[in-house]
Design a protein around this ligand. Structure first.
Ligand code: GLN
Length: 287
């Protein structure tokens, strides 16, 4: 069978199963098996495929038909220009989170060797992208899940990046007065909404998605605890779930953060929140 026939058949099967991007998914699965880019595959649609490729492809197709996310089947995802290994132990990095990293890099520009904490690091996509972009930075990545941290460790080794890893419940085990920035994409989906998520999202770790009854429990805890580990003048930068900006802004101002600002993603959704930690004593000394 040729790639053209195989992709045509597979796309129909994927479409019938309700898979959102049938053509893209069928082509990406085949190109990963053949070790070629999608473009190379498109330029050679008539060379008959070997039996081994057909057998292996059929297995991948079955996995996708069972609604396993494409990224888990491919085993990697591109984020901020780097490739990260992903599997069911971690959340799949999303494009909107790349904007959070861009904003972090903009804010960190004036600092020569910043100390940065990536909280709820999952695959490590945020902290490791920053470590790659900022060779002089000291980056700590923390997650409560030993499984997720194992993926972070594999990714940091593959990318040849030297970072500090910490396993703990949010800020547990992290030093006082240490960081110039906390960056985090915490779990933010309200518990009751988790059951209704797209089938693929349900394959991602519940721990990485579930933000408690109102989706805000991590923001509450981070707002209250962050000041202990931040240096005066440090930044707190977090991704937000839809409709969460006002509530999180309130937590941050109640916890004494200043210069609170919300930024939108490309779909004009309030997606990121930024705040500066200015301890009261520092403000008093200045005035
Ligand atoms: N920091 C990782 C990401 O943004 C994991 C986030 C999480 O597990 N909530 O993909």
């Amino acid at each position: 069978m040729t790639p053209r026939d195989l992709l045509r058949r597979t796309s129909v099967a994927f479409r019938d199963a309700g898979i959102p991007d049938p053509e893209t998914d069928s082509a990406l699965l085949l190109s990963s098996l053949c070790g070629r880019s999608s473009l190379e595959l498109r330029l050679d649609m008539e060379t008959v495929l070997s039996d081994r490729i057909l057998r292996d492809y059929a297995k991948l197709v079955q996995r996708r038909l069972s609604r396993e996310p494409l990224q888990y089947i491919l085993g990697e995802v591109s984020f901020c220009g780097l490739f990260f290994q992903v599997d069911s132990r971690v959340l799949i990095p999303r494009p909107e989170t790349e904007l959070l990293c861009e904003l972090a890099l903009e804010l960190l520009k004036p600092l020569t060797s910043p100390r940065i904490l990536d909280l709820c690091c999952g695959s490590g996509c945020i902290g490791l992208s920053l470590a790659h972009a900022l060779p002089n930075a000291e980056i700590t990545l923390s997650d409560c899940s030993a499984d997720a941290l194992a993926v972070t460790r594999e990714n940091s080794a593959r990318l040849g990046l030297h970072v500090i890893l910490n396993q703990g419940d949010l800020l547990d085990g992290l030093p006082d007065d240490a960081f110039d920035m906390i960056i985090s994409n915490p779990p933010y989906i309200p518990s009751a909404d988790c059951a209704a998520l797209q089938e693929e999202v349900l394959r991602e770790p519940r721990l990485a998605l579930d933000g408690g009854s109102d989706g805000l429990s991590f923001y509450r805890r981070i707002a209250v605890g962050a000041s202990r580990v931040l240096k005066p003048g440090a930044f707190l930068l977090m991704e937000l779930g839809i409709g969460e900006a006002d509530a999180v802004s309130g937590f941050l101002s109640a916890a004494g953060f200043s210069s609170i600002a919300v930024r939108e993603d490309l779909n004009h959704i309030a997606r990121m929140i930024l705040a500066v930690y200015q301890p009261l004593e520092a403000l008093c000394l200045k005035s």
